[in-house]
Design a protein around this ligand. Structure first.
Ligand code: BGC
Length: 771
């Protein structure tokens, strides 16, 4: 190193230490600080810490629901909220719009200046947003595939790396708290947020959830690190499976099912040190989860040992009174929720009644002072852990990697590995780069549909404004094979007037006519963007107009490659047989267009696997881990009829441009005993002509259980490997008795004695468990 470089290095080291001077405070030191602060605080100050409001409330504007543009803080409203009511947390963006990192810094810095410099106790505000696939509300941020696509990669390292970038870019925007990851079980394809989940499998959700927490919070959960954020696992518990399939409607879930399928991911996340948790907005067995002491205190605190901060979902204390009618008035609702175990209320707008009512409840003895102290302790602890007292804001100038090429590459890799090839008749894919293609469909030329909701705006409606520099599917195809080989016509378009699903015939006839001149049609179908209640759906079939377009194009006799770009598996069985190839792209983010084009033309060999069961009919919705009675046919059951398990594509399905074969399945023993570990290995070979990645999925079936009918099989392990053409590798899994346990009818987690079957690829082997 020459002198010049040496001094530059020193400057950098210094810049690093001066900006990021931080030493993780010990748990004891934080506890002492929190206790000292608590001892100084009045009841009003404590209750204020438990209140969270949305940014528009303190923005200049005509009311609490909108702000003027450009955004600025309303001094009077800000001081009222932060100084008179001592509000401890702010969330969300204003006017539902992404802001640049610099604007974020300006806004949050001003908020902290009021809270810290003018507030008696100098307590910083904790700012939180939903950065669920990249920094949602930051203009210019790197956007990743949504969680459902990340799940399809079956690649732990990619998920962690993506979360790490998200943490960096969130902190670069001065925001220390992220309402992510979503650990709901995406077991119902009708639900409008299935794409926010890691899919239907409890093990996959738990494994990838842990990775995301490590990416967001760091391996040691040291969130004083200015490149890390506090995560918020959500929505505890059983959120995505209401009876109707519609958001925030009642779910009926037995305690056994809650523990068997929904709890494991949250338990794993809590064990992985997740700092905060958000509660399910809905009802389970008639009881709103926000008022459920058994779930929020007995289960979450006492049984799972969660020590962090518990925040409500949006307006959900008010909902106990106004929607669910379990409370006569707001005050009763506040009492129920806080006594059930809520620490912070995401009030959103009208914070005064929450604060006033809670203060009165404490004075009347209806909420114990000790419950308030516990809640505030949890909140202050996270604020100390995030180092907000020392450094209430972070600033973009210290984040040179924001939106860098390095980060874009991580997002591209995740998009490319998420691509799931569902069908490839006669190897029509990869396409020749000289073929004349007609690219059509409502998703062909849209950055909005590639990203989905929670992208620069809540419903994704502002994506085009912020993502113009990225490539849509048609643009990426043109870039690859030249514009002369590509004709683009939408065929059908989505209305952009706030109706999320409606589409209209846009040049349908012209599109069919154009098909005649093409060698291949790349048909891009799916959904427009949505989340939460605006995404509720009454018909799981893909829309009528898209079906009509697909059928009319098929009638031309041309080869059709269907590219699906959708948040949930819309039923395509009315025309699936007419498609030569089908590529599921989910919601792949800003680099989705490039990744799709790379797969279509063979520059990337697809390796994604379905993280859910793709249904063939709307009235036949299954998860792969159903009971034998759901799939037993004439040969196995006593009755002479078939339960008709008939998915379009099974969980874990995904093709490659090469072929893999499995051989030599070996077990370290054919019996497993309590306290022992079974080693299972299999040889995987790439028997095709090109290199490829393979997700090796380990399924285990418990052949007979004593009380609860066992699931036909369960995913108990997975590993992703890359093999060159002709290459082989041995993949090994280690299984302990608790890895193959189930929750029995008495709610005890137990491993059944007897025979188990292992399935790896098309190979099977059996072993016995004896306790
Ligand atoms: C959603 C949450 C989200 C919150 C804050 C709610 O409506 O259900 O997932 O974190 O809003 O934006």
């Amino acid at each position: 190193m020459n002198i010049k470089n040496f001094s530059l290095a020193l400057v950098l080291v210094f810049a690093g230490t001066s900006v990021f001077a931080q030493q993780k405070m010990s748990k004891e030191a934080i506890n002492q600080k929190v206790d000292a602060l608590l001892a100084k605080m009045t009841i009003e100050e404590k209750v204020g810490q438990m209140a969270q409001i949305t940014l528009d409330v303190i923005g200049k504007g005509k009311d609490r629901y909108t702000s003027d543009e450009p955004f600025s803080l309303d001094k009077k409203e800000t001081e009222k909220a932060l100084l008179q009511y001592h509000v401890g947390s702010v969330l969300n963006t204003s006017n539902n719009r992404a802001r640049t990192p610099q604007v974020w810094y300006n806004i949050i810095n001003e908020i902290q200046n009021v809270a810290v410099k003018k507030g008696k106790n100098k307590i910083p505000v904790i700012y939180g947003v939903d950065e669920v696939h990249g920094a949602t509300y930051t203009a210019g941020a790197t956007m990743f595939p949504q969680q459902i696509g990340q799940a399809a990669t079956f690649n732990r390292a990619l998920v962690k790396e993506g979360a790490s970038v998200t943490a960096y870019e969130t902190r670069a925007s001065s925001i220390p708290w992220n309402f992510s990851p979503i650990l709901d079980l995406g077991a119902d394809p009708r639900f409008p947020r299935q794409w926010e989940s890691f899919g239907e499998d409890p093990f996959l959700v738990a494994q990838l959830g842990k990775e995301m927490i490590k990416g967001l919070e760091g391996d040691n959960n040291d969130v004083s690190n200015p490149f890390k954020v506090a995560s918020s696992i959500k929505h505890f518990l059983g959120y995505q499976v209401p009876v109707s399939g519609k958001d925030r409607t009642p779910a009926i879930i037995s305690d056994q099912a809650l523990r068997e399928y929904h709890l494991p991911a949250f338990k794993a996340a809590i064990d992985a040190g997740a700092k905060t948790i958000m509660i399910n907005s809905g009802l389970i067995n008639g009881v709103p989860v926000h008022a459920n002491y058994k779930i929020l205190t007995k289960l979450l605190r006492e049984e799972l040992g969660f020590k962090g901060l518990v925040v409500t979902d949006w307006g959900d204390i008010e909902n106990l009174h106004k929607r669910d009618r379990v409370a006569r008035n707001n005050k009763e609702a506040v009492m129920m929720a806080i006594n059930a175990g809520i620490d912070m209320s995401m009030i959103a707008y009208n914070y005064e009644p929450f604060c006033d009512d809670l203060i009165a409840l404490v004075k009347e003895g209806k909420v114990k002072q000790s419950r308030i102290d516990d809640a505030v302790r949890n909140i202050l602890t996270v604020k100390y852990e995030l180092n907000l007292f020392e450094k209430p804001t972070t600033n973009i100038k210290d984040y040179p990697k924001f939106a860098s090429k390095e980060f874009e590459k991580v997002a591209y890799n995740a998009a490319a590995e998420s691509m799931t090839l569902l069908k490839n008749t006669n190897n029509v894919l990869p396409l020749s780069k000289t073929a004349k293609v007609l690219v059509t469909g409502p998703n062909a030329n849209s950055m909005r549909t590639l990203n989905g909701a929670w992208t620069y705006s809540w419903q994704g409606e502002k994506v085009e404004e912020f993502a113009a520099k990225y490539n849509t599917i048609v643009k990426a195809i043109q870039n690859k094979v030249g514009a002369a080989n590509v004709t683009y016509l939408p065929g059908v378009s989505y209305k952009m007037d706030g109706k999320y699903f409606e589409d209209f015939a846009d040049k349908m006839d012209e599109t069919i006519a154009a098909a005649k001149n093409a060698d291949v049609i790349v048909l891009c179908l799916g959904e427009n963007t949505y989340t939460e209640t605006p995404g509720n759906l009454s018909d799981l079939y893909i829309s009528d107009l898209q079906t009509e377009l697909a059928k009319k194009l098929a009638a031309t006799g041309k080869t059709i490659v269907l590219v699906l770009n959708e948040g949930r598996p819309r039923v395509i069985s009315k025309f699936e047989k007419n498609m030569s190839a089908i590529l599921q792209s989910y919601l792949p983010g800003n680099f989705g267009g490039d990744a799709i084009a790379d797969v279509l033309y063979g520059d990337v060999n697809p390796s994604g696997r379905l993280p859910y069961t793709y249904p063939q009919f709307p009235n036949a919705l299954f998860t792969y881990y159903h009971k034998p009675s759901e799939s037993t046919g004439t040969t196995e059951g006593v009755y002479n009829y078939d339960a008709d398990y008939n998915p379009q594509y099974v969980f874990g399905h995904g093709l490659s441009y090469t072929t893999f074969s499995y051989s030599d399945i070996k077990l370290s023993s054919n019996t497993l005993k309590k306290g022992e570990t079974l080693e299972i290995s299999v040889n995987v070979s790439n028997t095709g002509k090109v290199a490829g990645k393979e997700s090796v999925l380990l399924y285990i079936s418990d052949l007979v259980a004593n009380d609860i009918s066992p699931d036909v099989k369960r995913l108990r392990g997975f590993d992703k490997i890359e093999l060159k053409a002709g290459e082989s590798r041995t993949v090994t899994f280690k299984i302990k008795p608790e890895d193959i346990a189930y929750v029995n009818a008495e709610l005890v987690t137990t491993t059944g004695e007897g025979e188990f079957t292992i399935q790896l690829g098309n190979k099977k082997a059996n072993f016995n468990y004896t306790p």
